[in-house]
Design a protein around this ligand. Structure first.
Ligand code: PLP
Length: 377
């Protein structure tokens, strides 16, 4: 929790629910990641928090941007990034969107299939391309496996093929899964990347780039290793697998850049029991839920820390839910959360480390609830 956010909430008392994002913390995170991996260029994953002030601060710091759609490309450009600092990193792109990205000057594209390669060759001729390989996402709390990437044997063929299509094959990408708490998770993918580099070299293709993806965690209820520890582990793996032929590298942090820079303030709508059974947990309903920005509570994957005005007093196990008329809108039931017994309707609670994957996930009008309001300070 940053002092600036606490002061803002105290002095302004903004209406709830809202998220307050501290841009200085974003900057600190940028500098920590840049310091931890000094040889890597940073491509901020825009989807984590596409707020214009976040993009502007990062653009001013020299960050590049990983985008997944034409509007994200336009937002990065509006923030001041030049097209050479933008990658179109989604492996699933419409033909027309590739053409538009090319028109906007973007020359770096991701792919993981020959069908996508054909689209890129047709609408973004001569561009640089990198091929994404599958990972299993083990150790991640929000895995990004299966849907993206192809097996290494396919990736090496696809990179050779890219040159046949008149594109510039530059390297390999992967994502080890979001909120990746195992600092060694990059090692296996880097071994595969190095093998692909060797195969391509034997086929006359000189690759130069490894895109290490995101995965850098944010502190929720439990502590996480520092950026520096991730940097050391990744650097050791790079040396182990690439030896004296170190590739250029880029990282695409999303959560690790903005997660702990934001706090959601929410009002308690109702605290109630459903029976006279004293062993049954009371329900605590907040004015923010799965549809108001807390989508990552799906399957209770991301377990946010919640602070209340009564912390330190007697507490009890509770079930926590959002305000909408949808029974999917339950935040935590399987995981035991304890909240103060004194908590009551009208109290304001804070959901910590909610700067990533909240505003961008918020529904536009479900049950008439407005999208999550955001204050960037
Ligand atoms: C979402 C995404 C990221 C960001 O991941 P984090 O775990 O939030 O750092 C990076 N790269 C790609 C391709 C992504 O889709």
């Amino acid at each position: 929790m940053t002092d600036r956010i606490i002061r803002f909430l105290r002095d302004r008392r903004p209406s709830t629910p809202c998220v307050v994002v501290d841009l200085d913390r974003v900057e600190e995170n940028y500098r920590a990641l840049a310091g931890a991996l000094p040889n890597s260029r940073i491509f901020y994953a825009v989807k984590a928090n596409p707020g214009a002030p976040v993009l502007k601060r990062l653009a001013d710091l020299g960050s590049c941007f990983d985008t997944a759609s034409v509007p994200e490309i336009e937002m990065a450009l509006a923030a001041g990034a030049t097209p050479d600092r933008i990658s179109f990193g989604n492996t699933i792109k419409k033909q027309g969107d590739i053409a538009r990205a090319y028109q906007l000057g973007v020359r770096l594209y991701a792919y993981d299939s020959v069908e996508e390669l054909e689209k890129i060759a047709a609408s973004a001729p001569g561009s640089k391309v990198f091929c994404r390989i599958l990972t299993d996402g083990a150790g991640a709390e929000w895995p990004l496996s299966r849907k993206f990437g192809c097996v290494p044997e396919m990736a090496q063929d696809l990179l050779v093929k890219a040159a046949d299509f008149g594109l510039q094959p530059v390297g390999v990408s992967f994502h080890v899964g979001s909120q990746q708490c195992n600092v060694e998770a990059w090692d296996g993918a880097l071994a595969q990347a190095a093998a692909i580099f060797r195969h391509c070299e034997a086929n006359g293709i000189e690759l130069s780039l490894v895109n290490l993806g995101g995965g850098f965690p944010t502190r929720y209820r439990n502590g996480v290793p520092t950026a520096e520890i991730y940097g050391r582990a990744i650097d050791a793996s790079l040396k182990r697998h690439f030896g004296n032929h170190m590739p250029d590298t880029i990282i695409e942090p999303g959560r690790g850049m903005v997660g702990d820079a934001g706090i959601i303030e929410s009002e308690v709508v109702l605290v109630a029991r459903k029976s006279y059974d004293a062993d049954e947990r009371p329900w605590v309903y907040l004015d923010v839920g799965k549809f108001g920005g807390l989508a990552e509570t799906m399957d209770e994957s991301i377990r946010y820390q919640i602070s209340t005005p009564h912390d330190g007093g007697e507490d009890q196990p509770v079930i926590i839910a959002g305000p909408t008329c949808d029974s999917a809108d339950v935040l935590y039931e399987k995981n035991v959360y304890r909240l103060p017994t004194a908590l009551k309707a009208g109290d304001r609670v804070r959901i910590l480390s909610t700067g990533a994957y909240t505003t961008s996930y918020s529904a536009v009008n479900f049950n008439g609830f407005a999208p999550l309001a955001a204050h960037y300070i």
